[in-house]
Design a protein around this ligand. Structure first.
Ligand code: GCO
Length: 481
């Protein structure tokens, strides 16, 4: 059976709404949407410098203007309200708050986020603030960046400035977004900023410092927040789904999802275990040997600060079955399996098994902090952006997420990536993840059909997922006798 066919969802599953109080939102990141690269005294981040280097970003695109959100945030919040968003996850640009990354604070930079938060609250949208979504101040990169152990203290100082200003109105905080990517792709694979290949041991040390920064930021938030905060983080890691629901295949998928002994950074446990358990995973420590960092006394205790939620960015997944010895054996998704415009396999079950496996291991409430797809969208001749693939994608993933909840995983919310088309890092602007289409020539916004569909899903707390599939089932063609 086509694993993507709606009929794979038993009717009984199709009508249950999500739990009461479930958070429905959409997400973005400062460098990807803001523009205003020199507004408010903002200084270069490592991404500004990376984009200016020829050949590193598709078509030489940069975030200089992006979606010009710094000047259009009032309109953007109005569109978020039109989509019924209950929450909006944005990130604060460290270089807009502290141009040198430490010391001097930009009052104008803080003022922008003040106004954004007030606009959101006025619109009845709860702000969720990410402190770090990759735009690391270039000035601090020159001081050693994440390889400098002081980076944890620099981050704590920056966090205190933001929390002091916004925490009377912002209650939900995400410390860091995807250390797997900004350390792995930025400091080892070189596809992302700063684009330097460090020895594996040095990249692991940078990862240790960024985890230390996370822990210190949690301490800052809990010590200084004016309104009682909820604090989490937003990692990304590979998810393997079981080829069948047999106990053996599920166990194999869980083991494979939690395995992290390869010399790479797209892993759940190398980052998740220190943050929750205060220790690195034994299998990886054994595999990495002398390359593993040597924590200083107190480091692991600082990293393992209690969390209110464990964010998860999930887009795709692998598929495995249990071999004769129970070990995971990869199963190909099959020729012609659906993929997004970046060629990522579309695997709705990843939003069941990923949250389930992570919750089973860490027992911290889960929030899906990112999920979405890039699609070849454009404004059609009728003035609308018809994106049935994104509707179908999102429906299937949400139906699987609901299964995770029915399986017993404590999932508290879902943020669609992304609220609007934006700068997709090294892919530039060619990839459109948004619920809102952005014309980069005119900066005109158009809510896509998926955004209008999502508004109904939110209004019904998910109950319309079964009915509002968004895809018109092909009617059988009457064949003339
Ligand atoms: C990430 C980042 C986002 C990306 C999105 C699509 O997860 O890589 O958080 O900034 O734009 O995920 O790749």
């Amino acid at each position: 059976m086509d694993r993507l066919s709606p009929s794979s969802v038993p009717p009984s599953d199709q009508h249950a709404a999500f739990p009461g109080g479930f958070v429905w939102g959409a997400a973005s990141a400062s460098y990807q949407i803001e523009g205003g690269a020199r507004d408010h005294g903002r200084s270069d981040s490592v991404w500004d410098v990376f984009c200016r280097q020829p050949g590193l970003v598709v078509n030489g695109h940069t975030g200089d203007t992006a979606c010009d959100h710094v000047h259009r945030y009032v309109e953007d919040v109005a569109l978020m309200r039109e989509m019924n968003l209950r929450a909006y996850r944005f990130s604060v640009a460290w270089p807009r708050i502290m141009p040198q990354g430490r010391g001097e604070v930009s009052e104008a930079g803080l003022g922008f986020y003040d106004r954004l938060v007030d606009e959101l609250l006025e619109a009845g949208i709860t702000p969720w603030a990410t402190l770090f979504h990759w735009d690391f101040p270039q000035a601090l990169f020159h001081a050693g960046g994440w390889l400098n152990r002081d980076s944890a203290s620099w981050f704590a100082e920056y966090a205190s400035v933001v929390v002091d200003r916004l925490s009377d109105r912002v209650r939900h905080w995400i410390t860091i977004n995807e250390p797997q990517i900004y350390i792995g792709l930025g400091h080892f694979d070189t596809k992302h900023a700063p684009g330097i290949k460090y020895p594996f041991s040095q990249a692991l040390l940078a990862a240790h410092h960024t985890l230390l920064a996370h822990g210190k930021a949690v301490q800052v938030i809990r010590a200084r927040a004016k309104a009682a905060p909820t604090v989490g983080w937003a990692p990304v890691g590979k998810v393997d789904v079981p080829a069948s629901e047999s106990r053996a295949d599920i166990d194999a998928a869980r083991t494979s999802t939690m395995k992290g002994t390869e010399r790479q950074f797209f892993t759940n446990t190398w980052f998740g275990d220190p943050v929750v358990f205060g220790r690195y995973p034994e299998d990886a420590l054994k595999a990495f040997g002398a390359d593993a960092p040597t924590p200083e006394p107190g480091d692991m205790e600082t990293i393992a600060q209690p969390l209110d939620f464990f964010g998860l960015n999930i887009y795709s997944g692998g598929r495995v079955r249990a071999g004769d010895d129970g070990a995971a054996v990869p199963v190909d998704h099959g020729i012609g399996h659906p993929r997004n415009a970046l060629n990522w396999p579309i695997v709705p079950e990843s939003l069941r098994w990923g949250p389930r496996f992570i919750h089973e291991r860490y027992r911290v409430p889960v929030v899906i902090t990112e999920n979405g797809m890039t699609n070849l969208d454009w404004v059609h001749s009728d003035g609308r952006v018809h994106d049935p693939q994104r509707i179908d994608f999102t429906r299937r993933y949400l139906l699987e997420l609901r299964k995770a909840i029915e399986d017993g995983a404590d999932v508290r919310g879902y943020f669609h990536w992304s609220v609007m088309d934006n700068f997709e890092w090294a892919e530039g602007y060619k990839d459109r993840f948004g619920l809102i289409h952005v014309d980069y020539q005119t900066l005109r916004r158009t809510i896509k059909e998926s955004g209008r569909w999502y508004a109904k899903v939110i209004a019904s707390n998910g109950a319309t997922l079964a009915a509002a599939s968004g895809t018109v089932e092909p009617k059988p063609v009457a064949v003339k006798a």
